[in-house]
Structure formats: C-alpha cells, structure tokens
Design a protein. Structure first.
Length: 260
C-alpha cells in the first residue's frame, strides 16, 4: 500500500519489533519522519538504521509509555528533532504469559497493575503528550492498537481484556472530544498476529491447529497486515474516519468457525 506521508512526523510506540517495527518501516517508506519509541535500545537502533539505510528519516527515543514524564519527553524530542507531530501510533503493550494466566481470583495484582499501566495508561499519557502540538497544528491522527480480546474476551486474561476494552472506549471518547480540533482518533484490533511472543506462547506445544480452527481464513496475520491498516488511518484518504474500530483478525470474531 502506498500513500503520501511526506512532511508528516509520526511517533510509534513499541516500535522496536513486531507490529510497531513493521509500522515504522512502512510509514518511513511512505515518506514520514519516524520517532521510534521503545525500551529495547538495541532493537530500536536497528529499526532506525534500517529506515535510514533506505533513505528515510528516523530517530530512536527510549520512553516508558506508562510514565507521564517520559511520554512528555518523547513528544518534546519529536518536536525538537522534526518540528511537529502529525501522527501517533499507540502500539506499546504487554500481556501475561500463558503459564501465568488464570482466573481473576488467582490473578497476580502486580501483573494487573503492569498491564493497565502500559496498555491503557500508556495511551492516555502518550496522547496527552502529543496533543499540544496537534491542536496547535489543527490536525493530527492518533491510532490506538487494541486487540480482539478487547472485543470478545478470552478466559484467564482479565487484565488484558479489561485494558484492551478500555482502549476501544477511550478511542471513541477521544474521537468525540478531538474532532473539532481536526484530529482523527481510531483503533485497530488485531487478531492472531505472527510475532515472536505469539509464536512462543499461543502456537507452542501443538496449539497451532486448535487456534487456526477458530479463524475463517485459516491462517494467522502478519505485522504488515496491521501496519497497512494503520497506514490507511494515517492517510488523507481516511480524513472522514474517526472513532472507528478496525478489526483485523481473519474473521475470528465474526462467529463460530469450527465444524460441529
């Protein structure tokens, strides 16, 4: 997919690998200057190097999205380096590993707090940090990454389900509040996407066929599938789209796909 993002500045959180990395590379390929955010300095530096080697503009900035001070510093660095902020992709997120999952009465409080802080608070903090620039410009695109678990909860993931459902409603609230400033806010809900963490958890120990049986398209998605959806939402072609929930899951949440 090709759109015109020349002269646009994008901050992408959690951009050192997976969906964030794919989004950073695709946005840069389409002309955007990219601020790669993450806590993995080595991974972030490699993404920046890849963008620059292809002729793009990018910098890495290490910021914990769950820390309001660090997100403000992230926005300030973007403005210092590139002069403005046009696009924010709130991609950073965490979940509990499969071997740690369990029902709510056994769920660890520390993990609840960590997931809420990064997956939900992080979107709140990062969005607030960029809005001074966007409201001044009279335009902007904020793209939040939720999950199909925010649409249809899966068992033993109470914190992730609650946080990702919160992201969907936060997106809609932001869309209502920010439309008058020329700012579009939308959310993408990925299904099963082939990234290392998913491969090591969901598809490990012979689980592949069982998970694929729930997906009508009979295959997992790729980070590029989500990056392409984000690219559309960041483009001028999506200028009349705001408050929308974009589910990219191969049909998983359409209904029962298994044979009975």
């Amino acid at each position: 997919m090709q759109v015109d993002l020349k002269n646009r500045v994008a901050i992408i959180t959690g951009a050192t690998s997976g969906i964030g990395r794919a989004t950073a590379l695709l946005f840069a390929e389409n002309g955007a200057s990219v601020v790669v955010d993450g806590i993995d300095v080595e991974g972030g530096s490699l993404v920046v190097e890849e963008i620059r080697s292809a002729g793009g503009r990018a910098i890495f900035f290490k910021a914990d999205v769950g820390n309001a001070d660090e997100t403000r510093a992230l926005a300030e660095k973007a403005i210092e380096e590139f002069g403005r902020i046009d696009i924010l992709v709130n991609n950073a997120g965490v979940n509990i590993s499969i071997d740690q999952r369990g029902p709510i009465h056994e769920f660890p409080d520390a993990m609840w707090e960590k997931i809420m802080n990064i997956d939900l608070d992080g979107i709140y903090y990062c969005s607030k940090a960029v809005l001074q620039s966007m409201t001044k410009n009279g335009s902007g695109k904020i793209i939040n990454i939720s999950s199909i678990v925010g649409v249809v909860p899966l068992r033993n993931q109470c914190a992730f389900a609650a946080a990702k459902a919160g992201v969907i409603h936060l997106t809609k609230a932001m869309a209502i509040e920010l439309a008058s400033f020329g700012i579009n806010v939308n959310v993408i809900c990925p299904g099963s996407i082939m990234i290392p963490k998913v491969m090591d958890s969901m598809y490990a120990d012979g689980r592949y066929e069982g998970i694929i049986s729930h997906i009508p398209m009979k295959k997992p998605g790729t980070p590029l599938d989500i990056a392409n959806a984000a690219l559309y939402l960041a483009s001028d072609e999506a200028s009349y789209v705001t408050g929308a929930v974009h589910v990219v899951d191969g049909g998983w949440t359409c209904g029962f796909a298994r044979d009975w």
